[in-house]
Write a protein that binds this ligand. Structure first.
Ligand code: NAD
Length: 289
């Protein structure tokens, strides 16, 4: 049976380090990192995520500022606010909670964020950085997965990595980060034929499809490291990932639970990106003076 990769405890360790970095910024520069969170509409799931992010900021000493817009707000109003925050030196991170209502042009909205404050890593500049390596802000969920792998001592270079899911926010950046670390990467998605023929080859299997029980025991190579990014709420209220946890656990060498695996890392990496941004801003000011 697989060892459980405890995302909660890794996240707690990283947050302790965040706290120390925030204290250091205050002591050295008199600066406290600031995050702006913009939310459009009142989607209940988004509201929960926003609340969690703001709470996490408070826990490590990051200032957060919440901006709410009604769901039929004009795009130009949202973009004007993003531009204003982009120019505000007290703000180091700007995050637009997704999804946006349909009448918004996502690329235009994300493109209005100063790339130096794009702590979600969704601006095209940061996406490009993922492709060529050395991106400024790695997107939080795959960044958190990389940290879990490193923290668990998983070797990446030369291993077969299979990513199930090819979304812009999880699957694609995940594949690029693994490729950057010299894994041999396959990306599967809803149109993939015979998913099992790919997953069975994976030394590292990252699943982010949003389908409960998509990955069953026989689809997993014996000894594989399995990272389950999926979050699904069953009819009975239970929260599960994309793997048949018990069956996959018997085949794998390591596995992340849901909840308590990737989830706690995602918000933590947002804190890391915001603090890194503030540190960069402080040292840039120093260099310029
Ligand atoms: P998405 O819906 O944007 O993308 C899903 C991807 O999975 C698509 O590429 C799709 O082609 C693929 N897919 C769907 N069904 C499939 C199937 N049967 N076989 C193979 N591939 C299939 O979702 P997303 O935003 O990338 O999120 C994926 C999952 O991860 C969701 O459950 C989401 O809740 C979860 N998630 C978790 C975190 C976290 O912090 N743990 C963060 C983001 C997303």
């Amino acid at each position: 049976t697989a060892t459980i990769i405890d995302g909660k405890s890794v996240a707690a360790k990283v947050r302790l380090d965040c706290r120390a970095r925030v204290d250091d910024l205050k002591a050295r520069y008199g600066v406290s990192p600031g995050l702006a969170v913009l939310m459009v509409g009142d989607d209940p799931a988004s509201a929960v995520y926003v609340r969690k992010k703001i709470q996490a900021c408070a826990d490590v000493g990051i200032r957060s500022h919440k901006f709410l817009f009604s769901r039929d707000e004009k795009q130009s109003v949202l973009i004007d606010k993003i531009r204003e925050l982009s120019a505000d030196p007290r703000i180091h991170g700007i995050l637009v909670q997704l999804p946006l209502p349909k009448h918004f042009d996502l690329k235009e909205v994300l493109g209005a964020i100063d790339q130096e404050k794009d702590v979600d890593g969704f601006h095209l500049y940061n996406v490009g950085g993922l492709v060529v390596g050395g991106t400024v802000f790695p997107p939080c969920t795959p960044y958190g997965v990389m940290l879990l792998l490193d923290n668990s001592g998983v070797e990446i270079a030369g291993r077969n990595a299979v990513v199930v899911g090819a979304s812009n926010i999880v699957g694609k950046p995940m594949a690029l980060m693994l490729m950057q670390r010299e894994a041999t990467v396959s990306v599967c998605h809803a149109r993939t034929r015979d998913l099992a023929q790919f997953t069975i080859l994976a030394d590292i299997l990252v699943v982010a499809a949003g389908c409960p029980n998509l990955i069953t025991g026989p689809m997993v190579k014996s000894g594989a490291v399995v990272i389950d990014v999926g979050i699904n709420r069953l009819a009975n209220g239970q929260l599960v990932g994309d793997c048949d946890f018990e069956a996959v656990r018997r085949r794998a060498s390591m596995i992340t639970p849901v909840p308590g695996g990737v989830g706690p890392m995602t918000v933590t990496m947002l804190l890391v990106n915001t603090i890194s941004s503030a540190e960069r801003a402080c040292t840039q000011v120093l260099q310029a003076s």
